[in-house]
Design a protein around this ligand. Structure first.
Ligand code: F6R
Length: 257
């Protein structure tokens, strides 16, 4: 928002023909941040959308084009009750898809601790650690069927901070693939950065692909900016890039003003 005019800066929305092109644009943007910032602080996400992006970053590292040694990262979320050794934990996901394959220091790759004795204290510690790092430069985001970013299920206050949340039934179904397609096995609670925490990053990069995301992308980008759709909060941020493929963009493209 421009304080003087009250006008929002238009979002930079990139629409690609294929999902692969969307993943490449996103990976290149993250790689640029890593190359151009001396000690980059990245906000990272998990989920199916991110897998291809991390694969491309690993390829860039392996070909000698990317050095993660100066980078710090903070993941958006973790399931409550799952230790890092659990194959379904986001900590394990990050090792499998990124951390184990690049030269990033394990002490600088942070994921909330889902089995901390005091989960609220862990959330508070996470906020302090983000702040102490100098704040997140580039925050990678996916979007869930409920419109969540991180695990900020609706309604989530736009000034919410890292906290323990209850997962929506829709999200537990969406994420049940890793849990033998049994939504009941998906943990009921998670730790997530808040919407307010996310909005403090200097640049937000939201990536979505596929027809399954078309409705919620339209709601988030064309509908009211409302706590009923957490992702709509990104429109309050001055520096946002949204990367979509044609399939996820088409309803938004038809309806945009
Ligand atoms: C997970 C996260 C979530 C996912 C979203 C989309 O860390 O932040 O908001 O980005 O649920 O997940 P996929 O990519 O699996 O559709």
């Amino acid at each position: 928002m421009n304080a003087e005019t009250g006008m929002r800066k238009p979002m930079n929305v990139i629409v690609t023909d294929t999902p692969d092109q969307a993943f490449r644009r996103a990976a290149d943007m993250i790689a640029d941040e890593i190359r151009s910032v001396p000690a980059p602080v990245l906000g990272l996400a998990t989920g199916r959308t991110m897998e291809s992006i991390y694969r491309l970053l690993v390829q860039q590292y392996e070909s000698g084009g990317l050095d993660f040694s100066g980078a710090t990262s903070f993941n958006l979320d973790e399931y409550a009750g799952l230790p890092p050794t659990d194959l379904n934990s986001y900590s394990h996901y990050m090792r499998e898809h990124l951390f184990a394959h690049v030269n990033m220091s394990s002490t600088k790759a942070r994921v909330p601790d889902g089995v901390a004795v005091d989960l609220d204290a862990e959330c508070a510690r996470y906020e302090v650690a983000i702040h102490a790092s100098g704040g997140i430069g580039l925050q990678l985001l996916g979007i869930g069927e409920t419109g969540h970013i991180g695990f900020n299920e609706p309604p989530s206050a736009f000034d919410s901070r890292t906290r323990v949340v209850h997962l929506d039934e829709v999200t537990r179904r969406q994420n049940s693939g890793m849990f033998g397609n049994e939504p009941a096995r998906v943990p009921e609670r998670a730790l997530t950065m808040g919407v307010g925490t996310i909005l403090e990053a200097r640049h937000l990069l939201l990536v979505a692909v596929g027809e399954g995301k078309a409705e919620i992308i339209n709601k988030a980008l064309n509908g009211p900016v409302s706590e009923a759709v957490s992702a709509s909060a990104i429109r309050l941020h001055a520096n946002v890039t949204v990367i979509l493929d044609k399939a996820s963009a088409h309803i938004w493209a038809q309806n945009r003003g």
